[in-house]
Design a protein around this ligand. Structure first.
Ligand code: RUB
Length: 311
């Protein structure tokens, strides 16, 4: 029964499924499928096995809170279920609802964000974010005649996926190496990137190098916009938890043969951009300033969360 969940977790770990929104939807869908195929005995057994499925998915990649939120949304009503059937149905329905909400949120962000793009603008994006690319493709579809610089995004080179996707959508796209960002920034009118996690103080965690884009944008006076569905907001950070930055294998940076003897490799794959460098966080609820994230989180979770100092 756990095989399908393990397969999804492995696809996420190996980045066959990647990007914070996609892994959240895949995680929620895997929970739904697990419930659908469950043929164990009691409600108690189901809760135990569901807990294992949940943890298997959460252990796949540590940084994007979207995965946690997707999995959590799927299981949230199980504690109130009085029968196995009720518990299973709630997981199936909640996982579907999360998937739909997530896809709709990306579409809404595309519409909202595209209004922030002017005719003839040159944009810059980093990595491969469906939310940010949604904005860019929508602006292009509106005939805004935009140009886009896409960073290569070492070491995994997600920028190639971005360049392909934008080119296929008819966008005038130019690929640059990551170290060219500061040099090209004076040709750029606005930056649009995605997010894996947004903390309660408005810090954005996204692909390694994002904070360098933000610094260069700040220096050049270029607006730095983050496209993030609200399930990228991390409730844990309200209570002091820090976001774990994933480190991946050194082989992604240089394979064994290319690496001189005795040389170590450090491969953190996300970084943190402080709120002061962010002009706007574009969500499905509208455009927020980073300083508004805390209030939105409180509203989303309800004031009751403060009773126990926990979420
Ligand atoms: C992907 C990445 C993306 C965010 C947002 O990193 O950093 O910018 O996940 O993506 P990786 P989206 O390739 O390591 O998963 O907007 O699609 O959720």
């Amino acid at each position: 029964m756990l095989d399908a969940v393990r397969e999804t977790a492995s696809d996420i770990r190996e980045m066959k499924i990647r990007g914070a929104g996609r892994i959240a939807r895949a995680g929620a869908a895997a929970m739904g499928k697990f419930a659908e195929n469950y043929c164990g005995g009691s409600l108690e057994d189901f809760k135990k096995d569901l807990g294992t499925a949940r943890q298997t998915l959460l252990d796949s990649r540590p940084t994007a809170v979207s995965l946690w939120n997707g999995v959590q949304a799927s299981v949230r009503d199980v504690q109130n279920a009085t029968s196995l059937e009720e518990a299973r149905d709630s997981v199936i329905l909640n996982s579907r609802a999360f998937g739909e909400m997530s896809s709709n949120a990306v579409e809404t962000i595309a519409k909202i964000g595209s209004r922030m793009v002017r005719k003839g603008d040159t944009l810059l994006t980093h990595c491969n974010s469906s939310a940010a690319l949604g904005v860019i493709k929508e602006a292009c579809a509106q005939g805004k005649d935009i140009k886009v610089y896409a960073t290569e995004t070492r070491p995994w080179r997600q920028g190639l996926l971005t360049a392909k996707e934008l080119s296929e959508a008819g966008v005038d796209v130019t690929l640059i190496v990551d170290s060219a960002v500061r040099f090209v920034m004076n040709k750029v009118d606005a930056v649009f990137v995605g997010a894996d996690t947004v903390t309660s103080n408005g810090t954005v965690i996204n692909k390694i190098g994002t904070s360098q884009l933000a610094l260069a944008a700040d220096e050049a006076g270029v607006p730095f916009n983050v496209c993030a569905e609200s399930y990228k907001f991390s409730p844990m950070t309200m209570f002091g938890e820090t976001v774990m930055i994933e480190e991946r294998d050194h082989g992604e940076v240089a394979d064994g043969a290319a690496l001189p003897k005795g040389v170590k490799v450090y491969n953190p794959v996300f970084d943190k951009t402080p709120a002061k460098y962010i002009d706007a966080i574009i969500t499905e609820m509208g455009v927020l300033s980073p300083g508004a994230v805390y209030e939105v989180m409180v509203r989303q979770m309800g004031e009751g969360i403060f009773k126990n100092g926990d979420f």
